[in-house]
Design a protein around this ligand. Structure first.
Ligand code: PHE
Length: 374
């Protein structure tokens, strides 16, 4: 149930359709909407950012959306925000396709164009986003982003002595520095020039936190073409996108991204609505179990495919998949050895169940990945 619409498994997971690459493990996350739970770290963080905008600007000026369907068109996710036709983010290796024209959004920027066409000029869009990726403590195929967007009319920069772009940059930086202060206190910050297809100039904001520079968000001045194509000619706008998990892991001291998904009360009971930055007290970790798998690869092999297969078979007990050895034989055929770490957040795993899972992983690897087990 999202925005009053029900998404069924039949619509989203179609294993016999070659234009579909959404596994059950990912489908099962759709609709959970962790960012809408007021006592969940992601919900607490979202609400804190909402409050910041309602205090810095007239309350309600920024319209908030957090229940938009993550199933969007390729056009919204990529074309409307000027992602080039050959950009890697469009590949089946990086993005979940429901069919040739439909994806699970890989960023909340997928909603920019529609919002503009609806005439909105100040908005925040929060939602779950989906990317095929590696498995480790900071990567999970589903995470959460917030998009912010502000449109300026000519009357707003006419008397400032700045041109529209300069005003937007100034306001953008001021707003986001204020937000970072609100979340992290008085920290050192720096702006890094970067590239996004939909903004120019584009920046990343970094803060110095616990002895390290941490990337907080991406942002920039919206490309004119996006405004023109969506009924906002003659305007200037800024946009930003931030990853909620990345910030929440730092703010709440959460060491593993899978914890956001657990229903273990030893995790969930530690957080309360309105309490940003409660430090997570780790409960004892259960022991890990390591299993290695080696195989001869072909060109068709990708690490993302392996990781997804492992996650599909093992679910959230797959903690990490890492390449520990590789070599190429005299015939030019390469062998890879991966170490899979299995660990549950909730209980001790038995040898029998891990062996059974590993056997299943081996079987599926041989079947699906066009590799030869060693
Ligand atoms: N969509 C970008 C990402 O996912 C973030 C972003 C949003 C950057 C808006 C600039 C403007 O990385």
């Amino acid at each position: 149930q999202i925005g009053g619409v029900t998404l069924t498994r039949e619509e989203v997971v179609r294993q016999d359709d070659p234009t579909n690459n959404v596994p059950d493990s990912v489908f099962s996350k759709i609709g959970l909407q962790l960012h809408r739970r007021p006592d969940h770290p992601l919900g607490i963080l979202k609400n804190e950012i909402y409050s910041f905008f309602d205090e810095k600007f007239p309350a309600g000026l920024f319209r908030k959306f957090d229940d938009l369907s993550p199933v969007v068109s390729v056009k919204s996710n990529f074309d409307d925000v000027l992602v080039p036709p050959d950009h890697i983010s469009r590949s089946y290796n990086d993005t979940y396709y429901v069919d040739g024209n439909t994806v699970l959004r890989c960023h909340t920027s997928a909603h920019q164009a529609q919002m503009l066409r609806d005439g909105l000029t100040h908005f925040l869009v929060t939602g779950d986003v989906y990317r095929r990726d590696a498995i480790d403590a900071t990567h999970y195929p589903v995470f959460h982003q917030m998009e912010g967007f502000r449109v300026f009319s000519e009357s707003e920069w006419k008397d400032t002595g700045l041109d529209g772009t300069d005003l937007a940059v100034k306001d953008l930086k001021e707003t986001l520095e204020g937000l970072a202060k609100r979340l992290f206190g008085n920290v050192e910050m720096r702006w890094i020039d970067t590239y996004f297809p939909f903004t120019n100039p584009s920046f990343e904001l970094e803060i110095f936190f616990k002895e390290k520079w941490l990337e907080v968000l991406g942002c920039g001045v919206t490309e004119q073409e996006i405004l023109k194509s969506n009924g906002q000619s003659g305007k200037v706008a800024w946009a930003f996108g931030l990853g909620l998990e990345r910030l929440a892991m730092v703010l709440f001291d959460i060491p593993d991204i899978r914890l956001f998904w657990t229903s273990d009360p030893r995790f969930t009971a530690q957080f309360k609505a309105g309490q940003l930055g409660t430090k997570f007290k780790p409960f004892s970790k259960y022991p890990p179990c390591y299993k290695d798998i080696s195989f001869w690869i072909t060109d068709a092999f990708t690490e993302n495919n392996l990781c997804e297969l492992v996650r599909d078979v093992a679910g959230d007990i797959a903690e990490e998949v890492s390449l520990i050895d590789q070599f190429t034989n005299k015939k030019g055929i390469s062998s890879h050895c991966y170490r899979i770490t299995y660990r549950s957040m909730e209980r001790s795993l038995t040898d029998e169940e891990v062996n059974a899972i590993q056997d299943k992983v081996r079987e599926e690897v041989a079947k699906q990945l066009q590799v030869t087990l060693r």
